[in-house]
Each structure stands twice: as C-alpha cells, then as structure tokens.
Design a protein around this ligand. Structure first.
Ligand SMILES: NC(=O)c1ccc[n+]([C@@H]2O[C@H](COP(=O)([O-])OP(=O)(O)OC[C@H]3O[C@@H](n4cnc5c(N)ncnc54)[C@H](O)[C@@H]3O)[C@@H](O)[C@H]2O)c1
Length: 399
C-alpha cells in the first residue's frame, strides 16, 4: 500500500509503518548519543509505552541504561486494507531495535485498566525478570472500564465553573477561531478523575507490591501537566487538572509505601509537546506553536525524548536527591515556565492573527511534528514506495 497522510481534525487517520520506525530509530539515536546512564534503571515496566512520553521513557530505559523493559499499550495492528495505529508500529520498531542490541523486551497489547492486564504483567515479571525497579505510568485515555464493575467511564475536557472562551487554532483550516467550551457538571468532573486520576496507578502499584515483584528501592513515576496561565482555564483549572490533582494524592500514598523499602514515587510535571493526547485539547496547538517558537529561539526546545532523557539523567538517576516542588513533584516544565518564555508567549498571544500565524509562531513546526507522530515527514523514508501494513512482532495480545 502507498500511504499518504489523511488528517481529520486532531487525528491523522493513516499511519506509515516505515516512517514510525524511522521516528523510533531517531529517538534511540538521540538517547545513545547522550552516552550510557550507568546508575539508571535495570528492569522497567512502562504502562502506556507505545507513543508520546511513555515510548520516550521505554527508549530511555532500554537504550540509555540497557534496561530490560515490559511495555503495556492499547493499539491496533494493520490489516491488508488499513494501516494500524502509530503506536503499534512504534512498539514493533522498538521491539526490533531492542532485540538487535540483545535487550530483553516484551510487550502487552491490552487494556491497562483491567485486572487481567495487571495479572498478565505480574506473571511475565515473575517468569522473566523476577522484579522491576522502575514503573512508569504514562497512560492518556478518554475512557476507562472500571475493573471491578465493568462500568465504562469517560473523561471530559472541560473548564469548571464558567464557559471557556479563547482564541484557538483550527488545525484543519489553519485559521484562528474563538473556541467556546461549556463547563463540566459534577458527574463529568468525577468521571474525569476516575479516568485520568491516580486510582489506576495505585491499583497497579498495590498489585505489584502484593505480588512481591517490586525490587528493593523501586521507583515509580507518573506524568502530569500543569501548564501556564494561558492554558490553566481549560487544563489545570478544568476537569483534567482535577484528575491530575488526584494523581498528586496518589503519588503521596504510593511514595510512603515505596519509601519503606528505600524507593520513592513522584509525579513528574512535563512540558507541552505535540502528542495525540495534547492535539485534542483546545488551545494547545496554538499555545504549543508559540512556545516552540520562543523555546527554539532561546535554544531550550525539547520534545518527548529530550524531556525524558533529562528526567532520567538529571532527576531520577542523578545520584543526588532530586529537587522537588512543594507537592514533592519533579518539575521538568521548568524551562517552559521561565519568565522570558512565558512573557514572550503572552506578547505573541496579543498579536497573533490569521495572516501572521506562520511568522509569529512555529505553527509549521507544530504541523510537522504532528505528522511525524503518524510516521510522515521523516527523513530518508520513500513515501511513494509500496509498504506492508502488516507488521508482526513479539506481542502478547489480551482479548
Ligand atoms: N502531551 C503533553 O503535552 C503532555 C505534557 C505533560 C504531561 N503529559 C502526560 O503524559 C502522559 C502520557 O501522555 P502522552 O501525551 O504521551 O499521550 P499519548 O496519547 O502519546 O500516549 C498514551 C499511551 O497510553 C496508551 N493507552 C491509552 N489507553 C490505554 C489503555 N486503556 N490500556 C493500555 N494502554 C493505553 C497508549 O497506547 C499510549 O501508549 C499523560 O499522563 C499526559 O497527561 C502530556
């Protein structure tokens, strides 16, 4: 099949297997270029390991520290008629590259919110690794099937209290629009906390601990976003912010358990990057385009792989106690939140219009990055060539 990008709103409905592999290989090369992190993790479980920050975490663990990795994700393989999801091809590419280097890698494709998935992971750890010394929790999902009742709960991407009105980018038409999002009701807030809050992370950590598969000194980290006053009304002060506050609550509970055995748990607050999750949030494409422009100009631009490399190297495994904020969080959004970055973004915000989007912001960089998520626009890939959409690899499928 010859595959070209087909973008619909904030999703690209096609993916390119060879491009996805090239994207993963580029990230691996970046991590290898940073040299070996000798005191890094050795046996790592990544929940949400196929795209975005979770994939970057798995790559850093494996290719930065030589770690054995188990990755959990929820992706679709390709058929002869339709390409699979980008995460499927990314995971296949990771598996291939890890095995080329003689690194242990096993992957589970299934619903990470299910007890069945936890049981399978524990069985695999017992069988192959004995224990894990790092658990990365990097799920981003709009929906969760509650493990005990089977009830399906959906998250809402809404403000709280009053409607959210803001300039936003219509990424289909490349024009600025006025985005209006009505506030969430109490049920929507509670449901978003159930989907994106800390409960599932706690269930994972409790299950791993009870099964005796957490190493002495094991660490865990879950990813969060706080953002800036430009994004607070829709994010941090909205439904997702409430869910992330719940993640902070869970972090304290998990941390006190892990501390008893010499380990720790943290929420790591990460910077805004282009991922499938962030593309769906109103205002994020515009804000990210501005922040990219400013941070590239200031020489401090980072994508997923750079952020997580810094997290592993400077915070989690630096050999020193990591600096934390008042909530015991690791702050990797520190560069993005610098006054010189945020003030420049606020200036651009005041001036941006349809006819200067490409000059004042890095909207082109945003669009390029968005397409790369799906394997398009990678150097050295022949996009006119016929490619096989069915890519198999060593993956455990949960029904
Ligand atoms: N994108 C950003 O700008 C940003 C910034 C800061 C923090 N974060 C946080 O990082 C975390 C990861 O987000 P991302 O942007 O990398 O998202 P992403 O959409 O790129 O990745 C989500 C991952 O979760 C997996 N997943 C989703 N539902 C699943 C399920 N039911 N079972 C198993 N796997 C499932 C997917 O397969 C994928 O591997 C989130 O907590 C997010 O809030 C993101």
């Amino acid at each position: 099949m010859i595959i070209k990008p087909k973008v619909r709103g904030f999703i690209c409905t096609t993916t390119h297997p060879v491009g996805c592999e090239a994207n993963v290989r580029e990230q691996i090369a970046y991590v290898k270029g940073k040299g070996k992190l000798e005191q890094g993790p050795k046996k790592v479980l990544v929940i949400g390991a196929s795209t975005g920050y979770g994939l970057a975490s798995r790559i850093n663990a494996a290719f930065g520290s030589g770690a054995a990795t188990i990755g959990v994700f929820f992706e679709k393989p390709g058929t002869d008629k339709k390409p699979g999801t980008a995460g499927w091809y990314n995971a296949a590419a990771f598996d291939k590259a890890a095995k080329e280097e003689g690194l242990y890698a096993r992957s589970i494709n299934g619903d990470a919110f299910s007890n069945e998935c936890r049981e399978k992971v524990i069985e695999l750890i017992k069988q192959d690794l004995g224990e894990v010394d790092l658990v990365v929790y990097s799920l981003a999902s709009p929906v969760r099937k509650l493990p005990d009742t089977g009830e399906v709960v959906r998250s809402a991407l809404k403000p709280i209290g009053e409607p959210y009105k803001s300039t936003a980018l219509d990424t289909n038409k490349d024009v600025l629009v006025e985005a209006v999002v009505e506030p969430a009701n109490e049920q929507e807030i509670a449901d978003t906390i159930k989907v994106m809050g800390g409960q599932d992370w706690e269930l994972w950590m409790n299950a791993l601990e009870e099964a005796g598969v957490l190493a002495e000194g094991a660490k865990s980290v879950a990813y969060s976003y706080i953002g800036t006053d430009l994004t607070w009304p829709i994010y941090w002060h909205g439904t997702l912010g409430k869910a992330k506050e719940d993640l902070d609550r869970a972090a304290h509970a998990i941390d006190s358990k892990l501390k008893a055995r010499g380990g720790n748990a943290h929420v790591a607050v990460l910077k805004s990057v282009v991922t499938q999750a962030s593309a769906a949030i109103p205002v994020m494409p515009l804000y990210i385009s501005m922040a990219f422009k400013v941070m590239k100009e200031q020489g401090i631009h980072e994508g997923c792989i750079e952020q997580i490399q810094r997290l592993f190297c400077d915070r989690l495994y630096s050999g020193q106690p990591a600096p934390v904020d008042e909530q015991n969080r690791l702050r990797l959004d520190d560069w993005e939140l610098r006054d010189e970055v945020q003030n420049a973004c606020r200036e651009i915000w005041k001036q941006v219009q349809d006819d200067n989007i490409y000059q004042l912001t890095d909207y082109q960089g945003y669009k390029d990055e968005f397409l790369r998520l799906f394997g398009f626009g990678l150097k050295g890939v022949d996009y006119d060539a016929d490619v096989d959409t069915q890519v198999d690899f060593d993956v455990i499928e949960l029904a």
